[in-house]
Design a protein around this ligand. Sequence first.
Ligand code: 48F
Length: 260
Amino acid sequence: MAELNEIIITRAIIDRYHAKITGNLDVDVAIVGAGPSGLVAGYHLAQKGYRVTIFERKLSVGGGIWGGGMLFNEIVVQDEARRILEEFGVRVNRYEENYYTADAIETVSLLAARAIQKGVTILNGITVEDVVMRPNRVIGLVILWSAVEIAGLHVDPLAIRAKYIVDATGHDTEVVKVVHKKVPGRLMTPTGNIEGEKSMWSEEAEKLTLENTREVFPGLFVAGMAANATFGGPRMGPIFGGMLLSGEKVAHLIDERLKQ
Ligand code: 48F
């Protein structure tokens, strides 16, 4: 076995991470949240050749997939979304007509692996705590180590710039909340405010997730559960088709804009 030097190991990590983060300071699309909608959106945008960064607050990616429903680690998707899982190489099992299941761990692993291999950079352990604004447009994100936030240390954050931002933070819809707080009443929702998530209704919620996947403020799109929380759709429970389709849709909408 060759001799190992702790300082080279340390330098290798710092050098490589430094290159990774400086290469992601000014990107085409910054996605907040590495749940199902964020990972699928990132994959499709990277496939189209855009520079994409996903910021994830936790160490682990996958958001709400891991525990399936109530920690039973299987997820359900309906017919329309089955092809997306298969495209990522996830094995899907028919349960009955229009209901398919997949192993939650296999789903997270393949969504993340394929997104990274397409060129998405995922920066985990980083919390997006604010946005960078120019009058009437979101142009970037304010980021801080999640560990600093958890420790409650008084440390200033840093900033990154992106042509478009996607709020894929799930139920908490954190980026939209920040924008709404700064410029109340100016969101592209019926009331101009965050409409709020409604109680569980799987069928309606799955349809609305797709409809609600759109721009909510200039430069800022919503995807996944954040779309329903912003535009007032119900929650859907542990069915994930709408999340996957929403990721695909937001990638398509942003591609259309970037091509203009
Ligand atoms: O919640 P999450 O999985 O979002 P999603 O893609 O999917 C929702 C489903 O999992 C499920 C459901 C339907 O089946 O209702 O809940 O809409 O993933 C959101 C990710 O965003 C991260 C969070 O840790 C999670 O991994 N996140 C949330 N806030 C921030 C954040 C933030 N401020 N900065 C960075 N990451």
